[in-house]
Design a protein around this ligand. Structure first.
Ligand code: Q46
Ligand code: ZN
Length: 313
């Protein structure tokens, strides 16, 4: 197998592109894919300041690396979720990467800064852990971007993530979500712009990118991910992709090109609920107190004793 670009021995084969690449040319390919996504969806300009949400995993660290290599003004944001050993280890990878690139890493720690963790918050709010986690991330990423004067928050969602979410939304015809599933969500109502520059790269490619670039990342999955519906959707899509290389990318990009606009009015209608500032934190919300502040309040009130009794750690 030879590299498509330089004819040297290839280290990775990409069936959906009917191509193979050597290490350096694969890095070039990955950069091109990010560049293409950024340009195609007008994600940000070289002057803008980007806050990259980093988890210590392959996608977010790989994304940060690509953006720095492409010359973007990208800082990292690490959010400590208080998920035991997993959080301790993931923070180590994020810090080590930042130190190796002399890049700026903003850190927020849920237990130290807000007095709760994801297992506790999930119990208190009677939400699945990933739901309490998603709510916390959305709020704190936005808050950190506003506080730090960043133009945009970038997350490491890759093609597999986006295709799996799309699959789940199509299975249930969640029309409001379908109207908002875009690689760029523009700034509105006090929310900064959110972008997903890795939509043209899949999970395997991001793992390969990190290996070729020598980026150490946490391989272990978050222990709370078990039972997450999206894992099942990813497996289903991988089975389709195996038989029909390129199907996953076609599913996602053809949706964006041909169907996404049809659902947009439904998303806008569902989102038009008269936003006002939260009385506690000032974030835009439809109620008096935003969902994040009420989660914190309930989690802190639940306290560590009840948490231990309920089997949390
Ligand atoms: S970190 Fe949070 Fe994920 Fe863990 S609790 Fe779920 S959402 S699985 S990306
Ligand atoms: Zn609030």
């Amino acid at each position: 197998m030879k590299c498509r670009r330089c004819r040297a021995a290839a280290v990775i084969e990409l069936r959906r592109h009917n191509a193979a690449f050597c290490g350096p040319c694969f890095v070039h390919y990955a950069e091109q894919q990010v560049r293409k996504a950024v340009d195609e969806f007008a994600m940000f300009s070289p002057e803008e300041r980007i806050l990259v949400a980093v988890s210590g995993g392959k996608d977010s660290l790989g994304l940060w690396d690509v953006l720095l290599r492409l010359g973007y003004r990208a800082d990292g944001l690490y959010l400590g979720l208080g998920i035991g050993q997993y959080s301790d280890a993931s923070a180590t990878y994020a810090r080590a990467f930042a130190a190796s690139r002399e890049a700026r890493l903003v850190e927020i720690d849920l237990p130290a800064d807000y007095g709760y963790d994801i297992p506790n918050g999930s119990l208190a709010a009677r939400r699945a852990p990933c739901s309490a986690c998603g709510l916390s991330k959305r709020h704190l990423f936005n808050q950190a971007a506003v506080d730090g004067g960043y133009d945009v928050v970038a997350t490491g969602h890759n093609l597999d993530d986006e295709a799996a979410v799309l699959f789940g939304n199509v299975l249930r015809w969640n029309t409001e979500y379908l109207g908002r599933q875009l690689p760029v969500l523009p700034a509105e109502h006090g929310f900064v712009r959110k972008v997903k520059p890795l939509v043209r790269l899949d999970e395997r490619e991001m793992a390969a990118y990190c290996v070729v670039r020598g980026i150490d990342y946490i391989v272990e999955e978050c222990p709370m991910a078990e039972g997450n519906r999206h894992l099942g959707y990813k497996e289903a899509l991988n089975a389709v992709e195996e038989r029909s290389p390129g199907a996953k990318a076609a599913f996602y990009f053809e949706f964006l090109a041909k169907a996404s606009d049809l659902f947009r009015p439904l998303a806008v209608a569902g989102h038009d609920g008269g936003l006002q500032p939260c009385v506690r934190c000032g974030s835009p919300t439809t109620g008096e107190v935003c969902a994040f502040c009420s989660l914190v309040e309930r989690a802190v009130a639940l306290g560590p004793t009840r948490r231990a009794a309920a089997g949390g750690s």
